[in-house]
Design a protein around this ligand. Structure first.
Ligand code: ATP
Ligand code: MG
Length: 208
């Protein structure tokens, strides 16, 4: 309605840019879940080195970790190989690590550990953040479920308040189509650990 300063326009454009990014991510997630429901998402299986994949996931979130001065500690033995869909496993661990960073306080620690146990790759993502109360844990993998509902519609820069509650349902779907499973352990005020098991061999894969 009236001319503004360059700084004002820049600020507005940055905000618009961030909003577009958020909406694009949301639409992609919704599309993925909708297609998954109709079994329209084929797995692109290949031999994957899980430690390399996790190292890439960690480096893709390095900036987010730095912004909160969170130390990401990883224990990734080099020999963890499996047949899996690279893009989908990346998405799975990005969602878990993103949460660990988002729901932890500044200057805390997040740990990612991979091991091999009885023909299964096991990955633990732990934080010492705010934790999740038992009554919420049972609903955590449901679509659109967020613990702090009152704040979920806010669009403030406080990142723990932003999100659509789809990350974990996507994570669970990815684990399931790989024939694996995901569990969560948490204590309010102490932190949360997500554990993912993935079979190494392709024969265990199920569609669904
Ligand atoms: P997005 O769709 O952007 O991932 P989201 O992070 O809110 O949004 P989910 O990743 O599905 O959605 O997580 C669901 C809810 O579980 C979160 O809103 C949060 O309340 C809780 N949660 C998830 N991970 C953690 C964690 N590591 N520590 C504490 N709470 C968590
Ligand atoms: Mg999330």
């Amino acid at each position: 309605m009236r001319p503004r300063s360059v700084a004002d326009y820049q600020e507005t454009l940055v905000m618009v840019d961030q909003t577009v990014d958020r909406l694009t991510a949301l639409v992609e997630e919704l599309l993925l879940l909708a297609r998954a429901e109709n079994n329209q998402v084929p797995l692109q299986l290949e031999q994957i080195n899980l430690s390399e994949l996790l190292a890439e996931v960690i480096s893709s979130l390095e900036l987010a970790a730095q912004r909160k001065q969170i130390k990401v500690i990883s224990q990734l033995p080099p020999e963890v190989e499996l047949m899996a869909d690279y893009g989908k496993l990346s998405r799975l661990f990005i969602n878990l690590l993103e949460n660990a960073l988002k729901y932890s306080s500044a200057r805390s620690q997040v740990t990612i550990q991979a091991t091999l146990e009885h023909g299964q790759a096991k990955v633990e993502v732990s934080d010492n953040g705010q934790g999740i109360a038992p009554e919420h844990l049972v609903h955590l993998f449901e679509r659109f479920y967020r613990v702090d509902k009152a704040r979920s519609r806010q669009t403030t820069p406080d990142e723990s308040s932003s999100g659509s509650g789809l990350g974990l349902s996507i994570a669970e779907w990815i684990v399931t189509v790989h024939g694996g499973r995901i569990t969560v352990q948490s204590e309010v005020g102490h932190g949360t650990t997500f554990t993912v098991w993935l079979p190494q061999a392709r024969s265990n894969l199920s569609l669904g």
